[in-house]
Design a protein around this ligand. Structure first.
Ligand code: ZN
Length: 315
């Protein structure tokens, strides 16, 4: 088994069109002074697995991987630069410990396969940027926040392209933390709670699968769509019995309970590779180092089974 050491920090600047890395430097913890972009040497400068690249002022971090897995983490950041005013519209709650959880998942994958997923992380607090929204709501018109939003999505696009080039397909995960009462994962496939309330026959009707973030799997799978979504070989099925999630064989629908079905990024990238939004409960999942490590091991096990079963990807 290959262990990864902590990453070498590389200062990078990315725009929607280009990316640059400019030598090792430590990430700033209080980037309040905007810096001019560094001339870009091109995307190839940010492709070394396990080596972090940063956008301007270290607001966005991209750690390229070599597994066909892309994990984005939009709501776990803590940076509050004075140059970006607080957003006044939309949700501003931090998804506590989700950055730490994403790193635990990366470690678990590396321990399993000696390969790592691609991680794209927002270090700005959600009061400054909500990267899981369209740019208007996300950045509230602030130039620095707009640049960070563009960098974040350019990094995800770069990760997606790397996955497609290397493996043809993969799995995209937009990683979040919810504050809902029910302590279970909410697996968001872009289908509403009322849709999930339907019978399997209703879920298998034409028009449902194409609207979901699993559409690319459903197009070629011999399984019924309801099986992909909440059968024994669904992600929720592979997480049973020790990780509760919805939808899953034992909890097929959220019913009237709170439930996140997936947001901007899941919608945007589901046409590139299959994926989902994973909303993690706090207790036993992201509340401590030990919780994150044990949950990460279990999630990675389930993801590997899911990817092997439905995408013929092994890791
Ligand atoms: Zn979130």
């Amino acid at each position: 088994m290959k262990k990864r050491t902590r990453l070498t920090f590389v200062q990078c600047v990315v725009t929607a069109a280009a990316l640059s890395c400019a030598g090792p430097t430590a990430p700033s913890t209080s980037p309040s002074t905007p810096q001019p972009p560094v001339p870009p040497p091109g995307p190839a400068a940010c492709s070394t697995s396990g080596v972090s690249c940063f956008g301007r002022n270290n607001y966005i971090e991209y750690i390229p991987g070599d597994l066909p897995i892309v994990i984005s983490v939009p709501h776990g950041g803590a940076l509050t630069p004075a140059s970006i005013p607080d957003r006044t519209l939309g949700t501003t709650t931090t998804d506590l410990n989700t950055i730490e959880l994403s790193r635990a998942i990366s470690t678990a994958m590396t321990n399993r396969s000696a390969r790592a997923p691609h991680l794209v992380i927002v270090h700005l607090r959600r009061t400054k940027l909500d990267a899981n929204r369209d740019i208007t709501e996300a950045a509230a018109g602030n130039a620095d926040a707009i640049q960070a939003w563009n960098e974040y999505h350019a990094f995800i696009e770069q990760a997606m392209a790397a996955v497609q080039q290397r493996s043809g397909t993969g799995v995209y995960i937009d990683l979040h933390g919810h504050g809902h009462t029910k302590q279970r994962l909410e697996l968001g496939y872009l289908l509403s709670a009322s849709t999930l309330d339907g019978t399997n026959t209703q879920l298998d009707a034409p028009g449902v699968a194409p609207a979901s973030s699993l559409r690319l799997i459903a197009q070629s799978s011999p399984l019924l769509f309801s099986e992909l979504l909440r059968g024994p070989t669904s992600l929720g099925g592979f997480l049973e019995p020790d990780v509760a999630s919805v939808p899953s064989p034992s909890i097929p629908t959220p019913g009237n309970d709170d439930y996140f079905s997936g947001g901007y990024s899941t919608s945007r990238y589901a046409s590139t590779i299959p994926g989902l939004q994973i909303e993690c409960n706090f207790s036993g999942v992201r509340d401590s180092v030990n919780s994150r490590a044990s949950f990460a091991d279990r999630l990675v096990q389930a993801l590997a089974l899911f990817a092997q079963t439905h995408l013929s990807l092994k890791f």
